[in-house]
Design a protein around this ligand. Structure first.
Ligand SMILES: Cc1ncc(COP(=O)(O)O)c(C=O)c1O
Length: 389
């Protein structure tokens, strides 16, 4: 890592914590707010405490500034970004906005995160079938996808980085296969965006959906979706939000109730997209991440992962997430060979290290504010004998 990158990350590290002296290895669950975001949250509260400080124009200008930052993050035009409050907001607007015929099919990966699967399962009442593909080696390949596609397959919905095993899918290979087969490719990127770069202008995807409160270090109830223009053309909004219909009109003129179809992505935005309590701090987080650069953050995160996976004792632990290569993510998933994984999770917590216990495994996730010293502290705690209680 060059000096400028190192300096930027050290500065960023000072923006987070100190977490009451604890070590946060659980961004896969919730990313912390940086200091600038905490200050922005306080400013949002101060605005609402004295609302004369909130101008009428803020209700349209603030969401557009947020949309612009998100577009910058993923390399898209602003006009392709929908503002949300979660991953589920984005996945539902796609599932509910497409027109379906009885017998249409959606492919998902067996055991994938529920948020990626449930919006399509709900379409059963319209006669849509959800079919699960079980990848032979735990990671769906383009060949397996090509073999699974049938004439009525309309959508492939996947999670880019898996929350339970930390594996990263190859969006290029799967996306190309989808394009050849005429299947829409919908990606839940909640465990990836912020920790790895994506440029949607060169990635063969139709939709990328993410929450904002993990790797993007935003408050809870944040999220967004990017929609390819071809997909946007196919989607029907399931709502007619009055403020969205106001686009281009001031609040001095509101009584006209026309359901407009000329407002593009804004027809899909979450209600109350200006929500200053969440948008202002999230924008501060995004500005920080963009200033450092996602490439730099990804390089640092991978340096931490390297340190951790290289020093895990293979006699004691099974590493369930990839040890190296492009399928590796920032989620490190482990199980104890002696069957004491859960006790180990509690022991880590007792020693001040917050990780996650999911599906019987221990999950440590590292991000820009974590340090090499913290990784070494976790390694010590992972390898000391279990204390008898
Ligand atoms: C892969 C994945 N998708 C989605 C979510 C959260 O979904 P939502 O933002 O809709 O609450 C999580 C949270 O852990 C997740 O790991």
């Amino acid at each position: 890592m060059d000096d400028a990158s190192h300096a930027a990350l050290v500065r960023a590290g000072g923006e987070f914590g100190p977490f009451d002296g604890r070590v946060w290895f659980n961004t896969a669950h919730q990313g912390p707010l940086p200091r600038a975001a905490v200050i922005a949250a306080e400013r949002a509260a101060a605005l609402k405490a004295a609302p004369y400080r909130i101008g009428d124009n803020d209700f349209s200008e603030v969401p557009e500034r947020l949309r612009g930052l998100l577009a910058q993050l993923i390399g898209s035009p602003t006009e392709e970004v929908v503002l949300g409050d979660s991953t589920s907001h984005g996945l539902h607007l796609i599932a509910n906005g497409l027109s379906w015929a009885k017998g249409d099919e959606v492919l998902v990966i067996e055991g994938d995160y529920p948020a990626t699967v449930l919006p399509w399962q709900r379409l059963a009442r319209s006669g849509v079938k959800v079919r699960s593909v079980r990848p032979q080696y735990g990671l769906l390949s383009a060949e397996e996808l090509a073999a699974a596609v049938r004439p009525r397959t309309r959508v492939l919905a996947v999670t880019w980085v898996d929350s339970f095993n930390g594996r990263t899918l190859d969006l290029y290979a799967l996306g190309e296969t989808c394009r050849q087969a005429g299947v829409l490719f919908v990606v839940n990127a909640s465990q990836a965006i912020g920790a790895r770069p994506i440029d949607v202008s060169t990635t063969p995807v139709d939709a990328v959906v993410s929450c904002g409160y993990k790797w993007l270090c935003g408050p809870y109830a944040t999220g967004f979706s990017w929609l390819h223009p071809n997909l946007l053309d196919q989607l029907r909004p399931q709502q007619a939000y009055w403020l969205a219909m106001q686009a281009g009109r001031g609040l001095d003129h509101m009584r006209e109730t026309v359901v407009r179809d000329d407002i593009g992505v804004r027809a899909f935005d979450v209600f109350c997209p200006a929500n200053f309590a969440t948008t202002l701090p999230w924008m501060a987080s995004l500005e920080l991440l963009l200033e450092i650069g996602i490439d730099r953050i990804a390089a640092w995160d991978q340096q931490l992962v390297d340190r951790l996976v290289d020093a895990i004792d293979p006699a004691k632990y099974q590493l369930l997430s990839p040890a190296c290569g492009p399928t590796r993510s920032t989620l490190i998933v482990l199980s104890r060979k002696d069957g004491t994984t859960e006790q180990r999770y509690h022991q880590l917590a007792d020693s001040g290290i917050d990780a996650a216990y999911r599906e019987g495994n221990l999950r440590l996730s590292v991000h820009l504010f974590n340090t090499i010293e913290q990784v070494d502290q976790a390694l010590d705690a992972l390898h000391t004998p279990i204390r008898e209680s």
